[in-house]
Design a protein around this ligand. Structure first.
Ligand SMILES: *[C@@H]1O[C@H](CO)[C@@H](O)[C@H](O)[C@H]1NC(C)=O
Ligand SMILES: *[C@@H]1O[C@H](CO)[C@@H](O)[C@H](O)[C@H]1NC(C)=O
Length: 322
């Protein structure tokens, strides 16, 4: 069986897995001014998450063998909680708009500066991109979408802020958005009540950004967004917010580990129409939920189970049983 497993995990392939979650970091530098690179991996079938390791072995081996893989179920009360005040975050406004790219595997905004300081480590914002539905589960529950803000340190470490995106109950409004979103943030302060407090207003940043989605419906395309004000997002993430933090991985090939995750309690929201627009472009781009940090990789467990089933099926056939 050892040989079988090795063959399973060491299957080499010439295919490179471009356009990963680490796009724009040292793991996958962005080509300045170049064409938009389209991902060679996917979420369904033979290029889906069950096959990421085989798509480019050994580069992607951790996807099938790593024991600290992401995303995971963010079970209440299990993870270290950081207060917004434990984190320093800046994100530069983009008054002339931002480059917004369709990588095939996600849509991504190229950042124009931003910093994250957490536990005395400083990271620089590279990009933010979107998953549909959410990749992390909020105490067992998937959310409509999830935004990943990807940061890199000078020592080439990666940190990602994950923010759930819910469906809004009302359109965005400049005067009420920030307060209603902040109120929705500390969801654990009201045990027994629904997680989403009403009314949840749509986030102006996302409504503005996703207005540009029709311009990048095809993989490999890029557009310029309207001006993006990032201050309200920073306020939402810092003021009265908490983060569950853990050490995990990229949720795309090469599934590199040692990624510091900060999963935000405060959420963003989009109107139903905007969600539909995002779904039309993203389709489905969430990796399946991985085992808790430190547990065996789910694919290793599955391979053992498959081998056992095969042996039993073989024995059954040999014994003439049906
Ligand atoms: C988290 O999930 C568990 C198991 O389903 C449940 O018992 C618990 O009440 C949930 N916690 C919150 C805050 O919803
Ligand atoms: C809300 O924002 C829009 C677009 O940014 C602006 O045109 C409008 O004047 C703002 N309304 C208020 C009440 O500030």
């Amino acid at each position: 069986m050892r040989g079988t497993l090795r063959a399973l995990f060491l299957t080499a392939s010439a295919t490179r897995a471009f356009a990963s979650c680490a796009h724009g970091t040292f793991l996958h530098p962005r080509e300045e001014g170049g064409a938009v690179e389209v991902g060679k991996f996917g979420y369904i079938g033979s290029i889906g998450p069950l096959h990421w390791a085989a798509l480019d072995s050994p580069a992607n081996n951790l996807c099938a063998t790593g024991t600290r893989q992401s995303p995971i179920n963010m079970v209440d009360g299990v993870f270290t909680v950081l207060q917004g005040s434990d984190v320093q975050l800046t994100v530069n406004d983009m008054p002339n708009g931002a480059d917004f790219e369709n990588l095939g595997t996600t849509v991504e905004v190229v950042a124009q500066g931003g910093t994250l300081k957490v536990a005395d480590k400083q990271f620089e914002l590279q990009q933010f991109h979107f998953h549909l539905p959410s990749e992390h589960l909020d105490n067992g529950t998937s959310q409509a979408m999830e935004m990943h803000m990807v940061f890199q340190s000078a020592q080439k470490e990666i940190a990602v802020i994950g923010v759930y995106i819910n469906i809004a109950d009302q359109p965005s409004s400049n005067t009420t958005t920030t307060t209603s979103l902040s109120k929705a943030a500390p969801k654990r302060s009201l045990p027994g009540l629904t997680r989403r407090e009403s009314p949840l207003a749509a986030t102006p940043l996302l409504e503005t950004l996703f207005t540009s989605l029709p311009a990048i419906t095809n993989p490999g395309t890029r557009t310029k967004t309207a001006p993006l004000a990032m201050g309200p997002l920073v306020d939402l993430l810092l003021k009265g917010n908490t983060f569950q933090t853990y050490s995990g991985s990229l949720t795309t090939p090469p599934c590199s580990e040692g990624v510091r995750w900060l999963v935000s309690g405060a959420r963003l929201a989009v109107t139903p129409a905007t969600f539909a627009r995002a779904r039309d472009v993203l389709g489905f781009n969430a990796r399946f939920v991985q085992n808790a940090p430190g547990e065996p990789n789910a694919l290793m467990q599955a391979a053992v189970g498959t081998a056992v089933a095969a042996v039993e099926a073989g024995a059954g056939l040999a014994g003439g049983r049906v």
